[in-house]
Every structure is written in structure tokens, then in C-alpha cells.
Design a protein around this ligand. Sequence first.
Ligand SMILES: C[S@@+](CC[C@H](N)C(=O)[O-])C[C@H]1O[C@@H](n2cnc3c(N)ncnc32)[C@H](O)[C@@H]1O
Length: 305
Amino acid sequence: MMVYHQPVLLKESVDFLVTDLGGTYIDATFGGGGHTRELLARISAGSRVFAFDVDENSETIANGLALRENRLHFVRDNFANLREVLQQKGISSINGALFDLGVSSHQFDYEPGFSYRREERLDLRMDRRLRVSAYDIVNTYDTERLADVFFKYGEEPRSRSLANAIVKQRAKGKFDTTIQLADLVNRICGHSVKSLSRIFQAIRIEVNGELQSLSDGLDAAINLLLRGGRIVVLTYHSLEDRIVKEKFKYESASCVCPPSSIICTCGKVARIKVITRKPVVPTAKEAIENRRSRSAKLRVAEKVV
Ligand SMILES: C[S@@+](CC[C@H](N)C(=O)[O-])C[C@H]1O[C@@H](n2cnc3c(N)ncnc32)[C@H](O)[C@@H]1O
């Protein structure tokens, strides 16, 4: 049987998340619902879970689950909008929020244009309602913008050469498929799987506005959390992890005055305390059993005001 997605650090993340058995929780990234199911199994009858995902396949799974689970409420929206969406539903506070970032195995293995191993039209949209796909980016961005995307989001050392080569090749005809792009990446970046992953990841981040959504989603969740409530975040690459780390650092600081200041004048208040000084990572057993868990980092913070 096809497994939609094998949840990562399942027990650990839900252990951290649940602080009130009758509470209101957010699963910001429903995917195949692995974390939501575990959460629902732990919390009591009066509790609620609001699950978000932009992917239509996740919506189908969630709607199926909601037929027999009235504590689950699914919203097909970007988690960056979670505050507005919950406000419309009359929810102004929550007991916990879980973010399990990136793509699901189903997206990577079966959804169009996600893998450089399958010949498909360039796409990479998690949300098929988005107007701009990888096809548009690769075929319309100028050299500067392409190089920026590859460098900022893929940390690819040959960003500029690749951007130049794409624009040059475009003069002869558009890039239609994943394999056409992969062939060029191989030629310019030296047949390295690392470069292929970096470039496809970079374009995916740009298409889906992933880093801005993450920053907005974390802000919204921290604002909504009740005192004692927790935010639990699973990241899969250094750019995501840096954003979470920096956000937690800033929100847990009680002063942001320059080091040269003799007295504090900033008036900053610490709104969270960091629970995981070092990120929790999968055990060797989990990393072997679920290869996609290998890069996972779990960070947790608790609201203190
Ligand atoms: C790693 S999977 C989550 C897997 C899930 N925890 C499970 O157990 O099945 C990430 C999911 O988040 C969704 N996603 C990514 N960014 C999103 C965003 N900004 N807003 C809503 N959903 C998002 C993706 O569509 C994908 O289904």
C-alpha cells in the first residue's frame, strides 16, 4: 500500500505539543495527517484541531478524516494566514501549534514537477491555485534574479554561471520539463546530485514563497498562543532552521539594546522561553527506517506571557 507520508519525530513532537488535554491546537502542515492523527489520539473529547495545508490532496485526506472525527477542522490555506482564518472562525487563542515544514513524500514522489528524476512539466507548486510556477520562473526571470534565487535559496556556488546558461539556452526555446533543466544543471554544476537538489529546492522556495510564509506563520502562532502553550517546529534545511532559531532567539530575549548600552531602554519583553536549547534530531533507528527524516531538526518554545 502506498504510504502518503511517514511522519517524522512523531512521538517527540506531539509529546512537546500537548500541554492541555482539552485545548485548541493547530497543525499548520496537515500533509497526510500523521501528526494530526497522533494529536487527536492524545487529546480529549472537548478539544479541537485546526489543520492547514495548501495541497488539494491533503484536503481530500483531511475531509475523509473529518467525516468520522468532529474535533478536526481543515482549512485549505497558507499557514501565513492562520491568524485571519482563525479570527473568522471566532478563535482568538490556541494551546499549541505544530509546523512540519517542507514537502510531503507524496508531493515529492507523485505530484507534478517535484522531482528531477521524472520527466514532467516544470511546476513545483504545493498549491495548484498559485499563478506562478517553476515554468514561469525558469522561463521569465532575468539572469540577476535567477542567480539570486539559486544563491539565496540553494546556496549553490555556481549560481551565476547557471543563470547565464539558462538565459542563453532560452533564446533557442523554452524550458518545458524537469529533465531539460536537470540536464543543464548537470552540465554547468558538474553532475552532482547535491547541485540538482539545491537548484530544485531553490526554485521550490521561490515558487511557494516558503521563507516569508514561515516567518509570518511563526509570528501568527506566537501571537495566538496562550501562556504555557507551545510552538513546535520541524525543519529540513538550514535556511528554514535559521529562521526558526532567530525568531525564537528574538522572542525569548528580554532586552535587545546594543551591547554598549549601560541601561536597558528598549522595553522589550520576552514572550517565549526556548524549551529545546539544542534541536532534537531523529534517532539512528528512525533515520535508517525513514531516510527523509535524516535532516530533521525539532525546535520547541513555550509562551510565557
Ligand atoms: C512534511 S509535510 C507534513 C506532513 C505531516 N506532518 C504528516 O504527518 O503527514 C508538509 C506539508 O506542509 C504543506 N505546506 C508547506 N508549506 C505550507 C504553507 N505555507 N501553508 C500550508 N501548508 C503548507 C505541504 O503542502 C505539505 O503537505
